[in-house]
Write a protein that binds this ligand. Sequence first.
Ligand SMILES: *Cc1c(COP(=O)(O)O)cnc(C)c1O
Length: 375
Amino acid sequence: MTVTDIRIPDAIKPVDGRFGSGPSKVRPEGVEALSAVSRTFMGTSHRQATVKDHVARLRRGLGEFFSMPDGYEVILSNGGTSAFWEVATFGLVREKAQFAEFGEFGAKFVQAVTDAPFLAEPTVHRAPGGQAAYLTAEAGVDVYATVQNETSTGVAVPVRRVEGADRGALLLTDATSGGGSLDVDVRETDVYYLAPQKALGSDGGIWLALMSPAAIERAFEIKATKRYIPQFLDLVTAIEQSRLEQTYNTPALATVFLAAEQVDWMNAQGGLSWAVKRSAESAAAIYGWADRSSFAEPFVTDPALRSAAVATIDFAEGIDAAQIAKVLRANDVVDTEPYRKLGRNQLRVALYPTVDPSDVTALTTCIDYVVERLS
Ligand SMILES: *Cc1c(COP(=O)(O)O)cnc(C)c1O
């Protein structure tokens, strides 16, 4: 008998076994709604009203969900968050950026700016995995950038302006996985950017950014300097296309549709406050279980930094988390593997509002069941 022969009884299994941090669980109701428009929406032109109406629905829905302040706009284009880092490097950093880097995702944006020959060397405040780094006021910095939820480690920090920053300096917040699970007052940042395959419970491939008037103005200001900007990464083009409910090039129509469905669903449930509460409930379930467990503990030692969007749980020596994940997967409970590069004896569990808190509780029961049989 091999470990993957361990059968978890159906009675204790979660109703939905998808716990991935991205792509994350997509609600079957969304897929059914997509199926219902398979002949009228899918496979039709993104320059026509049928598709533009759904882009508009998504932009409007996000504005409502995040109680977007007057003057802010929802901008979107193709390529996911990774593309947005390049877009921001070309189109938002005037000269010098400062970063708070405390995980793999934050590090990638730092790399993009560091590699740009037309920008100054950025200042980077770093913290090791499981801890947080913070931004500090620095003369000459025109863009500050941090991550609301570091998906690679399960550390979350509040979205807050940098006190004492130069007048006009922008704050960019990577909310790819935090946005929609964690509380935010969008007025506290200039760019709150995310992608639809995390808390928005859709598919990948596009980036979305709530942009302040100052950030929009910055994009036009930099564009006017005639800096070389690749067409595909031109933020001004993205702004202009978004205002027309379009994208520069062809978007994934299913992604747009599923995201719009999900945002409408979340708004109908009670919006951001409902979503934050639901993720917090899942967080209480898994961290509470880990605290009580004799073989598991939250990786993030400071409870104030423990994410309610993505939980990371360390396992005691002698308990092989990779084996647990393998058995879970063989039982259709999937994507609990940790972020590979973090290299820990760990499981990682998404707590996005799409995930039912009772399924998170069921997951902990399944882990107990598997550990008992492995040891
Ligand atoms: C997933 C993730 C990204 C990368 O998003 P892509 O759309 O795959 O490029 C960036 N930042 C954070 C915090 C993420 O969780």
